[in-house]
Design a binder for this molecule. Structure first.
Ligand code: SF4
Length: 403
């Protein structure tokens, strides 16, 4: 039996700030998009100098950076991709994530960057993994429709690093291969332009009687949450657990990284020491994940092929228990300097999500604006100061809704 290995925690980073937040909150690695070919046209994305800066930070922290290059290429894309790859090669990221066979060939021919095969390549069996292994891939990110049980066999039979998604928004299509957005809005989902047509309302009626059938939200996938499956993922030898969300907020990145860091460490140490993994503890992780906006959760394809219970027929909006306030920018003595994106008033209760401590709530006893004047309220998009001994730098603040 292979030795139990702690899987890597891989977090999304839409920009440099989010990448550093993910590292502070426990990510072992981040995946980022460059300004081209990264399937998230509307995320901030990284220029080449920004990628260089991030890689420098990552090296200092002993963390990894993977660059996503997973759009499907057309013939006219080839020369720009070659030019881009040559520049990327000089920066030495830890991997590029690719789905297109042609782009994968360019990566192996023109660079020495390790190749990770994107989930968009829909690898769902050991033969697919072996194919990619024989064509130079270091890691395969399996299709989202592959169960943890199947991962176990795929790893045993192909012996290549495997990565799977553990958390985040899901697509109603097979491994993200979908053209509804192209047809309904003229935006290509396979080149980063998806308008999320699956979240829209649709009328389903009997053509003979015009009778309305079922729900209006027929393709609205719930978000994935894999806390309960974490012990089997570790047992299956999966090398990397990935959180979706390069377009999500600082709060989402910090909270998801923090929860999964704790959950992976907890489950791994219980399994190593042969002690009981307490369901109550797993439930507390799930509860913290549900604070941040979500479309309700399912285990997607982790236990079995996704089916009815992976779709949210009730609503398409997000539900959440907290609003994002901002990131702590500095701490001098007990004085905390933070940004706020929303209105704040003296006496309100905030929540602190910290990279070093369990989350805790506290009351804003007094407030100072950026001119250091004592005030009763702070307007959105400003810097404010308050005193708190417990809060540390890099913490993220949120406001409990309806407190
Ligand atoms: S429209 Fe929905 S199912 Fe299709 S690619 Fe976009 S998010 Fe996925």
């Amino acid at each position: 039996m292979k030795e139990l290995k702690k899987p890597e925690l891989l977090c999304p980073a839409g920009n440099l700030e989010k990448a550093l937040l993910a590292f502070h909150f426990g990510a072992d690695a981040v995946y980022i998009g460059g300004t081209v070919f990264g399937l998230r046209k509307y995320a901030d994305n990284f220029s080449l100098p920004e990628i260089k800066t991030l890689i420098k930070h990552a090296r200092q922290l002993n963390k990894a950076v993977y660059v996503v290059l997973n759009a499907f290429a057309h013939n006219d894309d080839i020369q720009p991709i070659i030019d881009y790859l040559k520049e990327l090669d000089a920066l030495k990221p830890d991997a590029v994530i690719v789905s297109d066979l042609g782009v994968a060939t360019l990566v192996t021919n023109y660079t020495s960057i390790p190749l990770h095969v994107s989930t968009q390549a829909s690898v769902s069996n050991a033969w697919g993994s072996l194919f990619w292994k024989n064509h130079g891939a270091k890691r395969v990110i399996l299709a989202r429709e592959v169960s943890v049980e199947d991962c176990k066999t795929i790893f045993k039979d192909s012996d290549i690093e495997l990565e799977i998604f553990i958390h985040g928004a899901m697509c109603a299509s097979y491994s993200g291969k979908c053209v509804i957005s192209n047809y309904s809005a003229g935006r290509d989902s396979n080149r980063g332009g998806c308008v999320q047509s699956c979240r829209h309302k649709y009328n389903l009626s009997d053509p003979k009687t015009d009778e309305k059938l079922g729900s209006e939200h027929i393709m609205n996938a719930k978000d994935l949450m894999g806390i309960d499956q974490l012990p089997s993922m570790i047992k299956a030898g999966i090398a990397s657990l990935k959180i979706e969300g390069r377009m999500k907020s600082n709060l989402y990145v910090a909270n998801a990284a923090s929860v999964y860091r704790q959950a992976i460490d907890y489950c791994y140490s219980c399994m190593k020491d042969n002690t009981l993994i307490e369901q109550e503890k797993l439930n507390s992780f799930k509860d913290q994940l549900s604070w941040i906006s979500n479309r309700s959760f399912s285990s997607g394809g982790l236990d079995h092929r996704p089916f009815r219970d992976s779709i949210n027929y009730e609503f398409t909006h997000y539900q959440k228990k907290v609003d994002y306030v901002g990131c702590v920018r500095d701490k001098i003595g007990n004085s905390i300097f933070s940004e706020t994106k929303i209105n704040l008033n003296v006496g309100e209760t905030l929540l602190c999500i910290s990279p070093n401590n369990a989350p805790f709530s506290f009351k804003l006893e007094s407030l100072h604006n950026s001119l250091n004047e004592q005030v009763d309220k702070i307007n959105p998009n400003s810097i404010f100061r308050f005193d708190n001994q417990k809060i540390d730098q890099h913490s993220v603040l949120a406001k409990l809704i309806n407190n």
